[in-house]
Every structure is written in structure tokens, then in C-alpha cells.
Ligand binder design. Structure first.
Ligand code: ZN
Length: 552
């Protein structure tokens, strides 16, 4: 079992914005962050994350809670599993009560195996020669901890001699159980190894490149509880600082490209884990707000991958560009040949994402054929419609020129749902809500309100005010209000003004009730009406608070 004290210190060391932001895309909205809710389908963001309160809440479907709850619900994990996941994501060591195995044991296996891989490289001439032939420096080999994994039996022998339990090595993805169930085999054999780190520089797996002409050029560790391929980028932990500093991230295709880019001084380079870039990578790419440069091979596969990625990134609102390396030369080759300057120039001249996508789409059609031209127009329009209205508008002339059409074909329809964040909360009496929100943030003002108002005067919001007074912090209505950025928190002065206005409204109603009443004796009626008209209302109009007297 995980030690309670270490759960507490984990909780204190994580930030909900980082946690949720590593799963879904968060956008800053005032003091909070917003996103499309991952728990229910929606097009306008009603999912709010509050850094000050360390909670999330969805105004659409009502889910909410803290970081741990979020990970449990999203990843369908139990409480301890969610804790382990969070610990691993944050490179945090949990303490366990005696006798239990845990994820940090699997991590220990990975680290021991990684060191052994590195040692092996020095003894393997073929592997070393391959790396040096590719132009990789000794310094890069060390920085990226490149290693070599020998034959399967040697792996098993190492694990046994190092006293690393096989089930743990299997959990770490180093070995796998053989199909007949008795015994294990090594997953990576006779390959150059590249350790894969999480964004927080925690070792999570390995990539392996064959040097024995194995049909699979690259193989990665399997998905484990430490390693989620679809969200990570190779080299990110080494690139992070430059990405934040230079507001740029270079995405290339292979691990060796990343190594060579870094070697040539382009330290913002990363690569996918042998998979295409998907929307799951967006939260990581968004960090540090960099421009995204896609640096892909100019071959057919590279161009196809670049188009898909450029399309996804531009639709997601990213700024950036595309570089396709010419004549089948990959960036690693160019750098190895000492042509870093050429690479730098190509990167500087990257084609912006949207024009690149537009050109690529149009190039797929024969515009001399009117029907093909019509189809091209349809494809281009569909892409443009997915962009934000302003970006779309800016690129209509480019699209029209490429197609040889008048810009008027693209119309002027904008999509207000994307142009503005529409918050779907139904606005009742906003004065009441604003006052309650103010009291949530400044509980010391509660007396100001209760001195002059009665809880029932909040009408349908009266239960909320009661909850506030009794300190029910978990009340969903209160949480909802505290996260609603469309309501301002009032200063004491403004609060008093609002109270005066509410009281005025209340007394005006009272005047009518009294005037129409059959029960109140004439003399009393006259006195009450005089008192309200001549004494109370003028005071309230001057901004002087008068306690509401229900007996009046
Ligand atoms: Zn929701």
C-alpha cells in the first residue's frame, strides 16, 4: 500500500492545471482555465479548472473534483492507480508500506537496464560504427544515453545476475511472457537503444533501432503504466528549456533526427514515438506557447505526414510552419555532412501551416477539369471553415488565387460559436449571484449583507446563501458560482450599492402590497407608506443602507 504521508506530499506538489493540462487542452480564461469537457461531448467549453482552488468543474454535465478524481475518472483508474499515475507523471517517489511491489520498482528495473544498455555500446563495434558513420558525436551519445541491447539470452542473464525480478521487468516492458506462458523473452534484441523519458525527465521506456536488418527498423517499449506513447514526444525533456526560451519546437520524424538536430544546436527538436502526431500531443505542444515547425523528409510518407499534422495544428489554432527536406535527404544527413547552415536556412524559411495545407490540398486536383476544380473548392472550403474566423478570412485570398476563383465564392459566414466563448450558464438575477459570489470570495463581507437583508430576499438563491453561511464548501452551486468568470467580484463599495438597489426594489414592491392591502388599518397604512416613501427610499437612493424590516 502507498504510504498516506507520501500521498499527502504528492497532493501538495502537483498543480491541477499541469495535471489536467497534460490530458486535455486548457485555455486561460480570466483567473481560471477552460476546455471542452472530456466527460461529455460539447463544442463550447464549459469545463473550468481553477488553479486557486485546485478543482475542476463542468457546467455542462456537473462533474468535478480534484486532480486525483480527474485522473481516476478520465483514465478509469482506481484511487491508488491514479496516485501512481500522478506520481509517475511528476517524477515523484511514493513510499510504500513494507512488502508491496509498486511502480517505482519497475522504474528501478528500467534504470538498471538502461545503464547496462549504455555499457554494452562500448563493447559493440558494429553498433558504435553505425552511430559514428551517421555522424553522431560521442557527446551526443552520452547526452541521449544511447546504448545497445545484445541477444535475448544475454538480456535474461543480465536480469538474473542483477537480481531484477522477471515479473517486474515484464511490467517495465523489458521482457514479455512467451505465448505458451512458461518463461519470458526479451522485447528488444540486437538494437541500438534510445531511452525515452517523460516530460518530467523520468525514464519510462526504450526505443530500439535494428542494425541487423531486422524488418522492423524501430521498435519501442510497449505501453505500460509508466509509458504512454501517444502523449509523449522523444527528446522533450532535453528540449523543454529551449522550447520555452525560444518559443519554438521542431518536430522531426526519427530519433536520430532529434539527436542530430540537438548536435547542430537546434535544441528544440523532438519526435513522435514512431507514430503520427495526433490531437493527444496537443496539450504537450501547447506548453510554453511555441511555434511548431514540422521538419519532415520530402518523400511521399513525409509529405503525407506533414499535411496531416499541419492541418491538425492549424485547426487547433497553432502558429508554425513546415519544412520538407529536399531530394530524400533527411535533416540528420544534412547535419552529418556539415550543412547545418542549410538546415538553419530551411527552418527559417518554413512555409506557414495554413498556406502549406492549402497548396497541398489544391495540388491533389487537376484544376483544368471543372469537376475536379469544384471538388478542390469543396475540400479547401471545408478546411477553411474549420479555422478560426479571423485566420479563415486572412487566407481566403490565398485560397482563391490557388484555385483560380473569385474570393466571393467563399462567402463571409463566420462561426460565432468559435469566435466567442459562449458560456451556457442561464443568467437569473445576476445581482443576487454577484453578491453571493462576492461573499464566497470575501466571507468577511457576509455581515454587511445579513445586517440589511434577509436570506429569503435571495429568492430562489436563498438555499445557496444558507449553504454559504453554514460553510458548506462542497456545495455544487457554490463551486459553480465561484468558478463563473462572467460574474465580477464586488468591492465593498459596489456591494453596498447593489444592496441599496435590491432594497429599493424590495421596498417599491412593499409599497404596492401595503397600498393594496385590505388587512392593514387605514392609519397604520398611512404611516407605513409615509415611512417608506419619505424616510427609507430617499436614504437608499443616497446610498445609505437601511436594514430591511419585514414587519413594515
Ligand atoms: Zn462535462
Amino acid at each position: 500500500m502507498i504510504d498516506n504521508a507520501s500521498i499527502e506530499s504528492l497532493k501538495n506538489s502537483i498543480d491541477i492545471v499541469d495535471v489536467i493540462g497534460s490530458f486535455i487542452e486548457l485555455r486561460k480564461a480570466g483567473a481560471n482555465y477552460k476546455a471542452n469537457c472530456p466527460f461529455h461531448g460539447e463544442k463550447t467549453p464549459s469545463f473550468v479548472v481553477s488553479p486557486s482552488k485546485q478543482i475542476y468543474h463542468c457546467f455542462g454535465c456537473g462533474v468535478g473534483g480534484d486532480s486525483i478524481k480527474f485522473v481516476m475518472e478520465l483514465e478509469k483508474l482506481s484511487y491508488p492507480e491514479a496516485i501512481e499515475k500522478l506520481a509517475s507523471m511528476n517524477n515523484f517517489s511514493l513510499n510504500y508500506t513494507k512488502g508491496s511491489s509498486d511502480y517505482s520498482d519497475a522504474k528501478r528495473v528500467l534504470e538498471a537496464v538502461g545503464q547496462w544498455y549504455v555499457k554494452n555500446l562500448n563493447h559493440n563495434e558494429t553498433a558504435m560504427k553505425y552511430l559514428l558513420d551517421r555522424g553522431i558525436s560521442q557527446n551526443s551519445i552520452e547526452t541521449f544515453e544511447i546504448g545497445y541491447v545484445p541477444s535475448g539470452p544475454e538480456v535474461m542473464q543480465f536480469l538474473q545476475s542483477a537480481l531484477l525480478p522477471l515479473p517486474l521487468a515484464a511490467e517495465a516492458g523489458i521482457i514479455a511472457q512467451s505465448e505458451n506462458g512458461n518463461g519470458y523473452y526479451a522485447r528488444l534484441v540486437e538494437r541500438i537503444t534510445f531511452p525515452i523519458y517523460s516530460t518530467n525527465a523520468s525514464l519510462v521506456g526504450f526505443g530500439g533501432r535494428t542494425i541487423t536488418n531486422h524488418p522492423a527498423k524501430y521498435i519501442n517499449s510497449p505501453q505500460t503504466k509508466l509509458f504512454n506513447k501517444s502523449r509523449l514526444l522523444y527528446g522533450y525533456h532535453l528540449a523543454k528549456e529551449s522550447i520555452y526560451k525560444n518559443k519554438k519546437i521542431i518536430i522531426c520524424e526519427g530519433y536520430l533526427d532529434v539527436v542530430m538536430f540537438h548536435q547542430a544546436g537546434f535544441k528544440e527538436a523532438v519526435a513522435g514515438m514512431g507514430t503520427a502526431l495526433t490531437t493527444e500531443h496537443l496539450p504537450l505542444l501547447r506548453k510554453g506557447d511555441p511555434k511548431v515547425i514540422l521538419a519532415y523528409d520530402g518523400d511521399k510518407a513525409g509529405v503525407g505526414a506533414a499535411l496531416k499534422a499541419a492541418q491538425m495544428l492549424s485547426v487547433a489554432g497553432f502558429d508554425g510552419g513546415v519544412v520538407l527536406f529536399p531530394d530524400g535527404q533527411d535533416p540528420a544527413d544534412l547535419i552529418a555532412k556539415g550543412q547545418s547552415e542549410t538546415v538553419a536556412k530551411l527552418l527559417r524559411e518554413a512555409k506557414p501551416l495554413t498556406p502549406f495545407v492549402l497548396e497541398m490540398i489544391v495540388s491533389m486536383y487537376n484544376l483544368k477539369d471543372p469537376h475536379a476544380k469544384e471538388a478542390a473548392f469543396g475540400a479547401v472550403k471545408q478546411y477553411l471553415d474549420a479555422l478560426s474566423p479571423i485566420i479563415k478570412d486572412s487566407y481566403i485570398p490565398t485560397a482563391a488565387t490557388l484555385l483560380g476563383l473569385s474570393p466571393s465564392f467563399f462567402g463571409k459566414e463566420t462561426r460565432p460559436d468559435r469566435a466567442r466563448d459562449s458560456f451556457t450558464q442561464k443568467r437569473g438575477d445576476s445581482a443576487h449571484l454577484q453578491i453571493i459570489k462576492t461573499l464566497i470570495e470575501n466571507p468577511n463581507l457576509i455581515d454587511n449583507v445579513l445586517n440589511v437583508m434577509d436570506v429569503t430576499m435571495f429568492e430562489s438563491y436563498a438555499p445557496l446563501v444558507s449553504a454559504l453561511i453554514t460553510g458548506e464548501n462542497e456545495n455544487p452551486g457554490l463551486i459553480r458560482l465561484s468558478l463563473d468568470d462572467s460574474l465580477d467580484i464586488l468591492t465593498e463599495e459596489k456591494l453596498n450599492k447593489e444592496l441599496c438597489a435590491l432594497l429599493l426594489k424590495q421596498y417599491n414592491l412593499k409599497l404596492k402590497t401595503i397600498a393594496n392591502s385590505q388587512q392593514i388599518p387605514f392609519e397604520k397604512k398611512r404611516f407605513l407608506l409615509w415611512k417608506i416613501r419619505k424616510d427609507i427610499i430617499p436614504k437608499l437612493k443616497k446610498g445609505e443602507l437601511v436594514a430591511y424590516d419585514p414587519i413594515l
